[in-house]
Design a protein around this ligand. Structure first.
Ligand code: 4NP
Length: 162
């Protein structure tokens, strides 16, 4: 059976995409659909390779009952063969992903917040980078992850073989 493979991408793979990965993984588990998904995250940069998610990201996710387990890695060419959906956290990440995408890529590449039910579809917002700001920014990002991952899961459930 083909698993639906989803890759979340940000710059460092220590704040936003680990939160997206962990939150989506949590929701998939709650829905009893773990067997149907392959879920991962990565960064466009090599800045933080091997690092766990940022401590503030982990603490914020933990308050919502979500454990972030990622180790940072960089986007690589074979991701475009492995993943069905590549979701970028912001426009800069999206540009970098598109620039690297080989012609034979089989992934659907989009901005993550295309699926944010509170976002204006005419003007899809970026996930703000909380790295240099205060703790409020991490909670705001977590809220974005929760509602957007929920809505993305609802969106793809129709095509997932349960
Ligand atoms: P992320 O946040 O892309 O959400 O993981 C960042 C983490 C580190 C840096 C930038 C963004 N950095 O420049 O080191």
């Amino acid at each position: 059976m083909h698993k639906t493979a989803v890759l979340f991408v940000c710059l460092g793979n220590i704040c936003r995409s680990p939160a997206a990965e962990g939150t989506f993984r949590h929701l998939v588990k709650e829905a009893g659909l773990e067997h149907a998904f392959h879920i991962d995250s990565c960064g466009t940069s090599a800045y933080h390779i091997g690092e766990p998610a940022n401590a503030r990201s982990r603490r914020t996710a933990a308050r919502h009952g979500i454990t972030l387990t990622s180790r940072a890695r960089q986007l690589q060419l074979d991701d475009f063969q492995t993943f069905d959906h590549i979701l970028a956290m912001d426009r800069s990440n999206l540009q970098d992903v598109l620039r690297m995408a080989p012609a034979e890529s089989r992934a659907t590449i989009a901005l993550f917040r295309t699926f944010d039910p509170e976002a204006n579809p005419e003007k899809v917002p970026d996930v703000p980078d909380p790295y240099y700001g205060g703790d409020d920014g991490f909670e705001e990002v977590q809220q974005i992850m929760l509602r957007t991952s929920q809505s993305f899961l609802r969106h793809i459930r129709g095509v997932v073989h349960e």
